[in-house]
Each structure stands twice: as C-alpha cells, then as structure tokens.
Design a protein around this ligand. Structure first.
Ligand code: AMP
Length: 308
C-alpha cells in the first residue's frame, strides 16, 4: 500500500462567513489534507505540532480515519497555532483577522522512521525552511513531492521558497500567487516560468473557476463543480491537495494522465469540504457520495462535438 507523508499546520480556526461564525474549531492545512487523502486506500501520517491546549478528541478524529498522528508533537505548556478569517459576501475573498504562530514558530519537523521512504510527500503551506527540512530527511527520493504555498511566503521568504521549489515535482498555487511569483499576467507564461524554476508540473487553482494543470506543452483544465450552496471555503485548497496527493499515492503512477485524474479527485473532494464549517463535512463523508459526485463531474465536462 502506498505511503503518503503530510506536513502542515494543525490549528484552531475561528471562521466568519455570511452564514455564521464559529468558535475555535479544528483547522490547519494538515487535517484538511489528511481527511481528503483518507478517502483512498493508502497509509498516511501527519508531521506537525500543537500545544497542550489542543483537545485529544481532535487528534482522535484524525486517528479514526486511519491517519497516523504519532508525529504530531504536543508541546507542554505551548499554545496551538491559531488562525481567524472573515469571508466577504461573494465568498471568493477573505480577510485574515488573526495569525498566531505560537508553537509553530519554533517547529522542527521530525519525519518518522517508517515514513522516510514515503511514496508521496505533501508539503502543506508552511515556512519554506520547514518544507526543506522534510525533504532533507527523506532517505529515499519520493516518487512525487508536492508543495503548496501562498503569497505570505513569497512576500517574506522568497529566497528560501525558491530553493525548495527547485527540489519538488508539483507546485499548487492560486492564480494571483502564480502571477506574483513570475511577474507574468498570462497563466500559460507564468506556468512555463515556474517549470523553469524546478517543478515538472504546475497546478494553478482558480477557486470556484476550477484548476489548471501544466506540464511541458500540455495543459489540462478541470472545472469546480457548480454548487447550490457554499458555506465555508476554508481549507478548500488543502482538501484539493489532499485528494490530489492521496489519489497519486494510491495509483503510484505519476504520468500526466494520472495527474489529470488527480486534479479531478482533488476538485471533487474540495466540493464537499466547502459545504459545512471547517472539516465537518469531511468527517462524515462516505465513499458512495464521493463516487456519485465524481459521476456528476464527468457529465459536467463531457460533450460530443463533430470535428471537421
Ligand atoms: P486555505 O483555505 O486552503 O487557504 O487553508 C486554510 C487553512 O490554512 C486554515 O485551516 C488555517 O489554519 C491554515 N493557515 C492559514 N494561514 C496559515 C499559515 N500562515 N501557515 C500555516 N497554515 C495556515
């Protein structure tokens, strides 16, 4: 069975959307990635850190989905990473109200011995030095290293980020970040420039407008499923990354065609994640529903056209 190593924040999130507000709930990139990847027949482990204030029941929720949580360090007397965000009415944009790094500020990731030969490594959005340290600890070069990042690291740690980008296979970023990284408006040109920086594959996420996959001269586009209700977009990108990397860990095939399917699986799972606050929807997601929506995805994009 394929092994997926996940590195990312485990957090308390407080979220405000036009539909309501939460107190501190389970959040962070790693839980979203892990819960999405748990839909596949794989082994997975999360490397992260929390404070002593982090409820055991949240860790149990992850363990119940067969995610190995033994490498989530609990810092005695420490406070868990806290993030708070407020969405605007269109749900496409949000303001970050609070980011308290707390125990994440001094986080030194330790890859468990039995994951130093993981097939796929999913580097969630974190300081590039943490992402680099994880790559350095791998004893066998993974079949695929996927990296997610954001404008915050481009603004503050561009040199370190550039060094990590050199060593990965796939980068997932949103359209604005791709433009910021390359100073190119055209996403096609931006993706070509990013490939020159290192990754063979570039995934550009466009939120409710889907995602693009670039590899050499090939381009693939997957729409996002048009949903009646979007409740809370928090973690949609991480859920996408979890579905993407989970599927590839299961298939152990890293061809362009396989990555195309991975994009569809990622988009499919992200469409569930946004239906409720935080990770709530991902916790009771059934394989049957996932398969049914996958069928909807296929119908959405299939057409017969006569070509001359
Ligand atoms: P997304 O909606 O995909 O951008 O991911 C939201 C998740 O990322 C939330 O659960 C936050 O806890 C987490 N998050 C937000 N900012 C950061 C950061 N600077 N470092 C790590 N995780 C973060």
């Amino acid at each position: 069975m394929g092994k997926l190593l996940i590195v990312g924040s485990v957090a308390f999130d407080a979220i405000e959307t036009p539909f309501g507000k939460t107190d501190k709930i389970l959040g962070g990139a790693a839980p979203f990635i892990g819960l999405a990847a748990a839909q596949f027949d794989i082994e997975s482990a999360i490397v992260s850190v929390v404070g002593e204030d982090f409820p055991q029941e949240y860790l149990d929720l992850l363990a119940d989905q067969n995610i190995d949580i033994s490498a989530i360090e609990i810092v005695k007397g420490g406070k868990t990473f806290f993030w708070s965000g407020k969405y605007h009415n269109d749900l496409n944009s949000r303001d970050t109200l609070v980011t308290e790094l707390n125990v994440m500020a001094d986080f030194n990731p330790v890859v468990p011995k039995n994951y130093k030969d993981a097939d796929v490594v999913m580097l969630g959005n974190l300081h590039p030095n943490i992402q680099m340290s994880v790559i350095d600890q791998m004893e066998v070069r993974p079949k695929l290293i996927v990296l997610d990042t954001m404008n915050f690291w481009m603004d503050n740690t561009l040199d370190e980020l550039t060094q990590v980008i050199k060593r990965i296979d796939v980068i997932t970023i949103n359209d604005e970040e791709a433009r910021q990284l390359t100073h190119e408006y055209s996403l096609v040109t931006a993706a070509a420039k990013i490939q020159q920086m290192g990754p063979k594959f570039v995934v550009i996420k466009k939120g409710e407008h889907g995602a693009l996959l670039f590899h050499k001269e090939h381009i693939f586009f997957a729409p996002a499923l048009p949903l009646k209700e979007i409740f809370d977009p928090t973690g949609a990108g991480d859920t996408f990354a979890g579905g993407f990397s989970g599927y590839l860990t299961q298939t152990e095939n890293v061809s362009f065609n396989s990555l195309k399917n991975a994009i569809i699986h990622g988009s499919n799972l992200a469409s569930f994640s946004v239906e409720r606050f935080g990770t709530e929807r991902m916790l009771d997601l059934e394989k049957k529903e996932v398969a049914q929506r996958l069928r909807q995805f296929k119908e959405l994009t299939q057409f017969d056209i006569e070509l001359q």
